[in-house]
Design a protein around this ligand. Structure first.
Ligand code: NDP
Ligand code: MG
Length: 402
């Protein structure tokens, strides 16, 4: 078996760390060629000492200098780089076979696209890439000869239960629909009136999954499931009307595919991202992930319910953006990223996230945006609009507090 050289983008995050945990279990299969963190340089330095990559990328010159300093006395050959171009370089160099795309947000798009253009095996955790630039990314991956493997647990589950020779044409494979499961997050049964007062600390405390702060808030608003609908639409070439969402609070079934004959195939497991990561990294083999066996004795019940748009307006907004198509999902994502950051900074209320996204989506969209530059410009413009709107809401929040 030849060793696979990996680049791990977002190595200091939740998915990045889980990836390194799986990689460390298989030194005969994987070698870490490059790691990219952003601001957590101590963690990145520790990863460099352990995995000895050729390159490590930090956010900017200042973080890179700190990283280089931390590695100065260690016996590490790693070259320290910084900035967006360095991310593109380590994602597309000939020396790399596989790229884990686990940067959070639209910031992960240019490097994922570079990996697609260069024909890499892409382990895609960064769902925002497909939300912002679904058509561009899929077309680029096809043209570049890249293989895109879904790391997101729902899409990974669907991928596992689709026919092996699946071509992206649902009808030919007898597929009736794709059913994404959602935990419903920490506020599934919270009194609606109390949602206004949810704090960032409460919102990032997911009942089942341990994840980064942004995706944890997205799970609490269910924007995460909305982004995942759009992600599934592009990954599986699935029309919006064949995508379903069902709330399943136990997070045991990670998603399902309904077939024409009445069968429903599901993938089950513990809520631990090392399972989908190991599935992608090991293909076509199943490899050890460190995740223990699912214990049926401790499962009391598996329950299901339909999502309620009054409680989860972000999910409704995402459905609307998916149906609108064109640049609407890019606007949805940028507005959401800006609003979640404002909420985590204590500037707006939890319920203001949906208000901000709705405000930005109100403007109407252009269909003609197809280049990375166009999409990034729209992303920036939307963040400015969202910020201005949030600043107004921030005044309201302060006035309410006094
Ligand atoms: P985290 O917040 O834990 O980690 C984000 C990573 O991205 C960190 O390494 C961070 O660096 C880096 N980063 C942040 N901003 C930038 C930037 N502007 N440029 C380059 N790197 C940056 O996020 P998660 O690991 O939870 O999520 C990563 C992606 O995977 C997201 O798109 C998320 O939706 C997706 N995902 C996550 C799941 C999970 O269970 N966590 C499940 C399914 C999908 P640093 O910390 O050093 O600043
Ligand atoms: Mg998911």
């Amino acid at each position: 078996m030849s060793i696979q050289n990996l680049t791990i983008l977002g190595s200091t995050g939740s998915i990045g760390e889980s990836t390194l945990d799986v990689v460390a279990r298989h030194p005969d299969r994987f070698s870490v060629f490059a790691l990219a963190g952003h601001t957590q340089v101590e963690k990145l330095a520790a990863q460099c000492r352990r995995f000895q990559p050729e390159y490590a990328v930090a956010a900017d010159a200042e973080h890179a200098a700190r990283l280089a300093n931390l590695l100065r006395d260690a016996d590490v050959k790693t070259q320290v780089l910084h900035g967006a171009q360095a991310l593109i370089d380590i994602a597309s160099t000939d020396q790399v076979h596989g790229v884990m795309c686990a940067i959070v947000g639209a910031a992960g798009l240019p490097s994922a696209l570079a990996a697609a253009r260069a024909g890499k095996t892409i382990y895609l955790a960064n769902k925002e890439t497909l939300v912002v630039a679904g058509a561009l990314f899929i077309d680029t991956a096809k043209a570049g000869g890249a293989t895109v493997l879904p790391v997101d647990s729902e899409h990974n589950a669907v991928f596992q239960v689709l026919p092996r020779d699946y071509t992206g044409r649902l009808n030919e494979h007898g597929i009736a629909s794709i059913v994404l499961t959602a935990s419903g997050g920490p506020f599934l049964d919270t009194d609606l009136a109390a949602l206004e007062r949810i704090t960032p600390a409460e919102a990032v405390k997911h009942p089942n999954w341990s994840m980064g702060r942004k995706i944890s808030v997205d799970s609490a608003t269910m924007m995460n499931k909305g982004l995942e609908l759009i992600e599934a639409h592009w990954l599986f070439a699935c029309p919006p009307e064949k995508l379903e969402v069902v709330i399943h609070p136990q997070s045991v079934i990670h998603s399902m595919v309904r077939y024409r004959d009445g069968s429903v195939l599901a993938q089950l497991g513990k809520p631990d991202m090392r399972t989908p990561i190991a599935y992608c990294l090991g293909l076509p083999e199943r490899i050890e992930s460190g995740v223990g066996a699912l214990d049926f004795d401790s499962l009391s019940a598996l329950t299901f319910r339909r999502p309620d748009f009054q409680r989860f307006p972000c999910l409704k907004l995402a459905y609307e953006a998916m149906h609108a198509g064109g640049s609407a999902p890019c606007v949805l994502n940028a507005a959401n990223e800006a609003a979640v950051a404002a909420f985590l900074d204590g500037k707006i209320r939890f319920t203001d996230i949906a208000r901000t996204v709705a405000h930005c989506l109100d403007k109407g969209f252009s269909d003609g945006l197809s280049s990375l530059e166009d999409l990034l410009a729209l992303d920036s413009e939307t963040r400015r609009r969202a910020q201005a709107f949030s600043d107004g809401l921030c005044g309201v929040k302060t006035a309410m507090a006094v």
